[in-house]
Design a protein around this ligand. Structure first.
Ligand code: IPM
Ligand code: MG
Length: 359
C-alpha cells in the first residue's frame, strides 16, 4: 500500500498563501504520477494567527506540526503588525517554531540555472555554474541568546542581545555540513568573525575538532566580511559554507542575488528528531500579496527538498527539479527573473506549468 505522508501546511501572511498553493499543485502532481498520498492539514501562523487567535504561534499549530511528517511554511509578517508588542510580532512565530521543533540546520542551496544567467545582476562568467550549499545554524546565536532587551541605564536607553554558542550546537551543525560536503565536492568553508568575537573563536575551534573525523574534506575558514566580498568577487570558489544564524541569514540573501532572485532560493530546516520544515527563503512581501505576480519556484524547490530529505523520495525530487528547469528553458518567467525575449507569466501559471511538466 502506498505511504501516506502527513504534511502540516502553514501558509502564513502576505504572499505566503500564493506560493504555498503552487507547492501544493506540485505535490498533487507528484502524487498523481507516482501514487504517493499526501495528507494536507492546514494551520495558522504569523499575522494570520494573530488575527484569529491573538498569538502568532498557537499551541494548536505547534501540535499539528509536531504530529506531522513534515511542515510546509509560506512566509510570515506584514507591516500592519509593526506597531505591535514585539512579543507577538509575526516573526516570533517563525523563530518559535524553529526553536520548538529543534530545527537547527538550515540548508539554503544557491544554484544558478543556465537559463537564468542573464537574470543575475552579476557578469555571466562569474555566476554561470554557481552551486553553493549554505548551511546556516538556526536555533542559536544572537537570535536566541540571553540576556536581551532594551532597558534604561544611567538615564540612557540601552539595547542588547547576546551572541552565544554552546559547544554541542557548533558540533552538530559542523557534522551536518561535513556530511553534506562528503556527498558533494568535499570542500567546506566555515564562516566566522574569529578575529574579533570570542564566540567565533569557539566556533572555529569546534569546527576544526569535528574536521578530524572528515580527513577527506578540504576545510577553510573565512571571516564573514571577507566572505561577503568573496561571494560577489568569485562565487565559484565556494561549494559548502557553514556559518552561524545571523551571518547565515545575511549571506544567504546575498547568495540569492548570484542566482538571479531571492524568489529562487529554497530552504530546508532539519533536526535530528521529529519533522523538518520547508519554506522559501524569501519573506512575505505584503505589497505583492494576492497579485499573482511573485515567483513560486523557491517554494516549489522547497517541496523538492521535502521529498528528498523528509520522505527519501530522491527520484521524485529530481522530477520536480527537472520540471522547473524545463519550464524555464521554455522561456517562461515571473517578473523577478524576467529578461528580454522571455514570456512573462504570473505565480499561478508558473505553478500550473511546472505541475504539467511533472505529469
Ligand atoms: C529568514 C528570515 C527570518 C530570519 C526572519 C523573517 C525572522 O529573514 O528566514 O532568513 O531572520 O531568520
Ligand atoms: Mg533572512
Amino acid at each position: 500500500m502506498a505511504n501516506t505522508y502527513k504534511i502540516a501546511v502553514l501558509p502564513g501572511d502576505g504572499i505566503g498563501p500564493d506560493v504555498i498553493e503552487q507547492g501544493i499543485k506540485t505535490l498533487n502532481a507528484i502524487s498523481e504520477k507516482f501514487g504517493h498520498k499526501f495528507e494536507y492539514n492546514y494551520g495558522l501562523i504569523g499575522g494570520a494567527a494573530i488575527d484569529e487567535t491573538g498569538v502568532p504561534l498557537p499551541d494548536e499549530t505547534l501540535e499539528l506540526a509536531k504530529s506531522s511528517d513534515a511542515v510546509f511554511l509560506g512566509a510570515v509578517g506584514d507591516w500592519k503588525y509593526d506597531t505591535l508588542d514585539p512579543a507577538i510580532r509575526p516573526e516570533k512565530a517563525l523563530l518559535g517554531i524553529r526553536k520548538a521543533l529543534g530545527l537547527f540546520a538550515n540548508l539554503r542551496p544557491a544554484v544558478m540555472y543556465d537559463e537564468l544567467v542573464s537574470s543575475s545582476t552579476l557578469k555571466e562568467e562569474f555566476v554561470k555554474g554557481v552551486d553553493i550549499m549554505i548551511v546556516r545554524e538556526l536555533t542559536g546565536d544572537v537570535y536566541f541568546g540571553e540576556p536581551k532587551g532594551i532597558e534604561e541605564r544611567n538615564g540612557q536607553k540601552v539595547g542588547f542581545n547576546n551572541m552565544i554558542y554552546q559547544e554541542y550546537e557548533v558540533e552538530r551543525i559542523a557534522k551536518i555540513a561535513f556530511e553534506i560536503a562528503m556527498k558533494r565536492n568535499k570542500k567546506l568553508c566555515s564562516v566566522d568573525k574569529a578575529n574579533v568575537l570570542d564566540v567565533s573563536r569557539l566556533w572555529r575551534e569546534v569546527v576544526i575538532r569535528v574536521s578530524k573525523d572528515y580527513p577527506e574534506v578540504e576545510l577553510s575558514h573565512m571571516y564573514v566580511d571577507n566572505a561577503a566580498m568573496q561571494l560577489i568577487r568569485n562565487p565559484k570558489q565556494f561549494d559548502v559554507m557553514v556559518t552561524g544564524n545571523i551571518f547565515g541569514d545575511i549571506l544567504s540573501d546575498e547568495a540569492s542575488m548570484l542566482i538571479g532572485s531571492l524568489g529562487m532560493l529554497a530552504s530546508a530546516s532539519l533536526t535530528d528528531k521529529g519533522p523538518a520544515m520547508y519554506e522559501p527563503s524569501h519573506g512575505s512581501a505584503p505589497d505583492l500579496k494576492g497579485q499573482d505576480k511573485v515567483n513560486p519556484i523557491a517554494t516549489i524547490m522547497s517541496v523538492a527538498m521535502m521529498l528528498k530529505y523528509s520522505f527519501n523520495l530522491d527520484k521524485e525530487a529530481d522530477v520536480v527539479e527537472k520540471a522547473v528547469k524545463e519550464v524555464l528553458k521554455s522561456g517562461y518567467r515571473t517578473f523577478d527573473i524576467m529578461s528580454e525575449g522571455q514570456t512573462l507569466i504570473g505565480t499561478s501559471e508558473m505553478g500550473n506549468l511546472i505541475a504539467k511538466k511533472i505529469l
